[in-house]
Design a protein around this ligand. Structure first.
Ligand SMILES: [Fe+2]
Length: 722
């Protein structure tokens, strides 16, 4: 694999902190040498010369240090490790066995290792390697495993005769494939480390991508798997402790172990009956663990810097700016206000779950034109396409084509950087997520609207109390990923008089799981329905971490319309169109939002795809939960030719869920409603809306134009400033 690393990069132990709390930085350099770390406030992360430009406030008076750095390694690939396997006589015969399923046939890998012995698979079939008195020996079956079928694999060895047998048998097949050999001086391991899906505990390697189930070590030489088997020395049951990183030996020696790099658990196993779709109801059907050579949990780097957020530090978006002779990087984080305030009226809810879901999304689009633009603009020069070592996103797949369902934030995240370009956008900057949301932050700054910042993770940890001080909550451009905790908190907020401005598209869409034991991890299963980068396999729709049904919130009976009034309906390439005002926008009850706006067209310009209604569009739908008192103030027109209706709206080539023509559903709508408690929701239903807060037209350049005017009217009114 490409092992290229950045000249300097790192990660923090958290995305956000309050004054008085510590932020721990873990830094790695390409080579040993000095580097400088200083604090900046992030005002704008858009390097487009037609936009506001990259803007940082230098805070080196608060933090500016020069330190010595060095490379810190990353070990990709999940595996199981039993520190000490069963003790046994070196000369007693023995059998190792495991059930194997892989879609990645041909990848040379270790299935199970025990001390110096390993059982693996490659394009020539299943093999075993072990040591004899004349050096290492390898035997193999010469028959590849069948893709996506369960097999029993075994190695039997008898030191007294030197006999070795490696075997495999596909489930449901009577055919046993075996190879045998004779090895003088055969010595078998005892009380050695046992590993699953890798070998060599000191430097794990030969990672396997596929499922393993029921590994066991038996005290005897097995020749017939249908006959009574020898006594068990160790037998690991992966259906025990599915939400955990613990693996349990049910044998007499209790050789328990643990998992590294969070492989997938709760996966359909060899004995799956189909009688239950949830692993909690029949864990024995889910006794498989799916390992991948690209899995990554916490990089585990040593700490280089611990910095305490000063007590007078204002809430906002900040970054550690790292520089060394060879390059630079920014590691972003947010500072929350003190628990006791003071609080601004307005709070920005940073979509950190979404940033994390997209972390290091390799799109394969960092071509010469992309790189030329990045260079010309002084954008972040590092694209995940070129740096697989930092792990991929939940939009990417593993080597076996299965989707990546786990994302860690304890790693360098190249996409979550000021100045990171997602697309070579012909009509704009091509920003998404973290840098795209700085359009909103820079706009707030320019308009002189004070704001605090909190994150998805804070909201999930702390619940509704975190929102209680605020009159207005602003989302970013794409608050797509939510836990039950974040959705509940936002719903409670608007139900109790809070005012929510949903300033994105395709929000509140996917359900993610978190658990306290792994605070830096989100999990998602791309279950049935929705626009998906991959699909979870049938029977594997329940999260391993919390046991809940994953997938779309819509399929969890909580469509986005229930909270936000609008929900995902149309999608296309990263390009945008405009909205046209509807009669409700002239109604005296709502016309205040449009004060100062001339004409009917809203946002036929912008830094994201060239239009305020673009890329991913949401619309109102009472059947899906849009409140009956909601009004549609404006609607997008003329969707670009690349747009499609989202699959969850389509029933057949003729019919849609709503009954409307499919093409008519490719629209975004600006919606407003009051709640009974005096709260309100303003929703724009488009990812590119915030890109149009800035008007790049030379005659009107700046945070000017109908989009800026509309949002300023809404935010000031919500904040009680008018
Ligand atoms: Fe998305």
């Amino acid at each position: 694999m490409n092992q290229a690393v950045l000249p300097i990069t790192g990660y923090l132990d958290r995305f956000s902190a309050r004054p008085g709390e510590d932020v721990v930085a873990r830094i790695s350099l390409g080579t040993v040498g000095p580097y400088r770390v200083r604090l900046v406030r992030v005002i704008c992360g858009d390097p487009n010369p037609d936009g506001p430009g990259m803007q940082f406030q230098d805070l080196s008076a608060r933090l500016d240090r020069t330190l010595q750095g060095r490379p810190q390694p990353i070990h990709l690939g999940s595996y199981g490790l039993v520190p000490k396997g069963p003790a046994r006589s070196f000369m007693a015969s023995c059998t190792w066995t495991v059930l194997v399923w892989t879609a990645h046939v041909g990848g040379a890998a270790t299935l199970l290792s025990d001390g110096h012995l390993r059982i693996g698979s490659d394009s020539a079939g299943v093999f075993a390697e072990l040591a004899g008195s004349n050096g290492p020996v390898r035997i193999n079956t010469d028959v590849p495993l069948r893709p996506r079928q369960w097999h029993r694999v075994w190695l039997s060895a008898d030191p007294s005769t030197g006999q070795l047998v490696i075997g495999q048998q596909a489930a449901g097949s009577p055919d046993i494939v075996q190879a045998s050999d004779q090895l003088d001086g055969l010595r078998l391991p005892s009380a050695a480390p046992v590993m699953f899906a890798a070998d060599t505990p000191s430097a794990p390697r030969h990672h396997f991508t596929g499922k393993l189930e029921a590994p066991a070590i038996l005290a005897g030489f097995v020749t017939d798997w249908s006959a009574p088997l020898p006594p068990v020395l160790a037998a690991w049951d992966f259906s025990i402790g599915i939400p955990t990183q613990v693996i349990t030996d049910t044998g007499p020696n209790a050789c328990h172990g643990h998992l590294v790099n969070i492989p997938n658990r709760g996966m359909v196993g060899a004995g799956w009956t189909g009688k239950e779709m949830c692993w909690r109801h029949k864990p024995q059907d889910y006794a498989a663990i799916q390992f991948h050579d690209g899995d990554l949990d916490d990089c585990g780097w040593a700490a280089d810097l611990t910095w305490t957020v000063p007590p007078d530090m204002p809430s906002g978006a900040y970054a550690l700016h790292l520089t060394c002779n060879e390059g630079q990087d920014h590691i972003p984080f947010y500072v929350l206000p003190n628990r006791t305030g003071p609080f601004a009226s307005v709070v920005f809810l940073a979509s950190t779950f979404t940033y994390q879901a997209y972390a290091n999304h390799a799109r394969g689009n960092a071509d010469a034109a992309y790189k030329a633009r990045a260079t010309a603009w002084g954008a972040s020069p590092y694209n995940p396409d070129d740096y697989p070592i930092y792990g991929r996103s939940t939009y990417n797949r593993h080597a076996d084509n299965s989707g990546i369902s786990i994302s860690s934030r304890r790693r360098p995240i190249l996409t979550m950087r000021p100045g990171f370009l997602t697309f070579d956008d012909a009509r704009g900057s091509g920003l998404r997520h973290y840098p795209a949301d700085t359009h909103l932050l820079a706009w707030l700054e320019a308009k002189g609207i004070p704001f605090d910042v909190i994150t998805d993770e804070d909201l999930d940890n702390e619940g509704p109390a975190l929102l209680a001080p605020y009159r207005v909550v602003l989302t970013g451009s794409h608050p797509e990923y939510h836990t039950p905790g974040t959705l509940d908190a936002l719903q409670r907020y608007t139900d109790n008089g809070g005012k929510l401005a949903y300033l994105g598209g395709n929000g509140f869409y996917w359900r993610v799981a978190r658990v306290p034991e792994l605070p830096h991890i989100i999990e998602l299963r791309r279950a049935e329905g929705g626009i998906r980068a991959w699909q979870a396999e049938p029977g594997e729709y329940y999260h391993q971490l919390d046991g809940q049904y994953g997938g779309l919130w819509r399929r969890n009976r909580r469509p986005p319309q229930m909270l936000a009034g609008v929900g995902f309906s149309g999608q296309g390439k990263f390009e945008g169109t405009y909205y046209r005002r509807l009669p409700a926008s002239y109604d005296p009850n709502y016309a205040w939002m449009f004060a100062g706006i001339d004409g009917e067209i809203i946002g036929d310009y912008g830094l994201s795809g060239g239009g305020a209604a673009g890329f991913e569009l949401d619309r109102a739908d009472p059947v899906l939960g849009t409140p009956t008192n909601a009004v549609i103030l404006a609607r997008s027109e003329n969707p670009p030719a690349s747009f499609v209706t989202v699959p969850e709206e389509l029933l057949s080539h003729l019919h849609t869920v709503s009954g409307e023509e499919a093409d008519a559903l490719m629209r975004g709508e600006i919606v407003y409603f009051d709640t009974e408690s005096g709260g309100a929701v303003f929703a724009v239903g488009s990812i590119t809306f915030c890109g149009s807060l800035w008007n790049p037209a030379p005659a009107n350049r700046g945070f000017n134009g109908p989009v800026s005017c509309l949002l300023e009217n809404v935010v000031r009114k919500f904040a009680g400033q008018t």
